[in-house]
Design a protein around this ligand. Structure first.
Ligand SMILES: *Cc1c(COP(=O)(O)O)cnc(C)c1O
Length: 395
């Protein structure tokens, strides 16, 4: 059976051009870029090229790019840098809809005496700029707001956010893991201090990421050891991963237009087709202020995990907004923050596309989903009079 991969916000396929470029660094080019000999030094040249490519894709200077092991490390490092550099400031502002790579760091800081403000969203997943403005304090060490949400694709107005935060002289971090490669960046004109990205979300392999640190913004090393990355991130470089990330960012920049036309058109056809063919469905997240590849749709009265299992039998890969943990169905924290009713939140499916998806695949999904949802609804334990009651877990 053919795999229909519609889970690109979870991870992506390594682009063939990326794989080709990284292969030599698994075999003959195994030198350590820190070595004094030319054999190692020539690998260092490829790291320089990769850094140049990432900088070009972000619209920043190469020395503002630090390679890390993942998006999670980049997020953690930004928090570490901002808080260690300003030990007197004990307040953090973030949102209720962040990725765990940010939320769990904020919660750790709370346990260590920090005060954290979690900004809410409206029913379409948007932030309130007045709430942000009012949350800022003289002791705010960092504002961390994701560039785009991984579950709904909602894009936050970073230029406006930066203007508000920088007017108060406060440091600003953005988790742009889902945005890089899907929306254009020019960091020389966007005054954020830190920005996180991850290779495996943009057709590079798992295990490599980057942190942008604006020139002049405070920095503290999270990973201590050798002098790699100009002393800002110790540990012998993941040369294969870094070479791959450079190529992937270069490719993503070339494909950004197609992402916003072809991929968007595919996504829209899938989304509109599903909503039209299946009653009691709703789109989660703002229809326009959204990544071009992401569609989060709720099918009322059915359970996300059951839908995923049935989709899996057709070879369709996607994600659900609920996870069955310890016997009770917990709807996603993102949908909860948006106030999506329980009977909808439980049946949410995230389809996330890439440039490798085709019209034929969308046709297959549009054929498979309506009877699949109908069958599940016939079996559904969800009752119409339980609109707001969390149902018991049946998985
Ligand atoms: C995937 C993801 C991360 C984590 O990136 P890893 O490289 O998997 O650590 C962080 N933030 C967002 C928004 C993500 O989608």
């Amino acid at each position: 059976m053919k795999t229909l991969y519609f889970d690109n916000n979870a991870t992506t396929m390594v682009a063939p051009e990326v794989l080709e470029e990284m292969l030599p660094f698994f075999s003959e080019q195994y030198g350590n870029p820190s070595s004094m000999h030319r054999f190692g030094g020539q690998v260092g040249k490829h790291l320089t090229l990769a850094r140049d490519r990432v900088a070009k894709g972000l619209g920043c200077e190469p020395d503002e790019v630090i390679f890390t092991a993942c998006g999670t490390e980049s997020d953690n490092t930004a928090f570490f840098a901002a808080t260690m550099a300003q030990p007197g400031k004990k307040h953090i502002v973030t949102t209720k809809v962040e990725h765990p790579a940010v939320l769990n760091v904020a919660q750790r800081l709370e346990r260590h005496g920090y005060d954290v403000t979690y900004l809410g969203t409206d029913s379409q997943g948007r932030l309130d700029m007045d709430e942000l403005r009012d949350s800022l304090r003289d002791d705010t060490a960092l504002v961390s707001i994701m560039y785009a949400n991984n579950e709904t694709g909602v894009i936050y107005p970073m230029p406006e956010i930066a203007e508000i935060v920088k007017a108060r002289g406060i440091l600003l971090h953005t988790d742009a893991v889902q945005a890089v490669g899907k929306v254009p960046f020019k960091l020389s004109e966007l005054p954020v201090d830190y920005l996180a990205l991850s290779g495996h979300k943009l057709h590079a392999p798992k295990g490599v990421g980057a942190l942008y640190v604006r020139r002049g913004s405070p920095f503290r090393t999270f990973m201590l050891g050798g002098h790699q990355e100009h002393g800002r991130r110790a540990g012998t470089e993941n040369t294969t991963g870094i070479v791959a990330l450079g190529k992937a960012v270069e490719l993503a920049t070339q494909h950004i237009e197609a992402e916003n036309t072809q991929v968007r058109a595919l996504r829209d056809r899938l989304e509109q087709g599903l909503i039209k063919a299946i009653p009691d469905t709703r789109l989660n997240g703002h229809p326009d202020e959204r990544l071009p590849n992401t569609s989060n749709i709720s099918f009322k009265y059915v359970e996300g995990e059951a839908i995923l299992l049935m989709m899996d039998q057709h070879g369709i890969c996607a994600s659900s907004g609920s996870a069955c943990t310890s016997g009770s169905l917990e709807p996603s924290h993102v949908l909860r923050a948006m106030g999506v009713p329980f009977t909808y939140a439980h049946g949410s499916i995230r389809y996330s596309l890439s440039r490798y998806n085709t019209d034929a695949e969308v046709d297959t999904i549009l054929e498979a989903m309506p009877p699949l949802i109908e069958r599940l609804r016939e079996l559904s334990p969800f009752k119409k009079d339980q609109e707001n009651e969390p149902p018991a877990c049946t998985c």
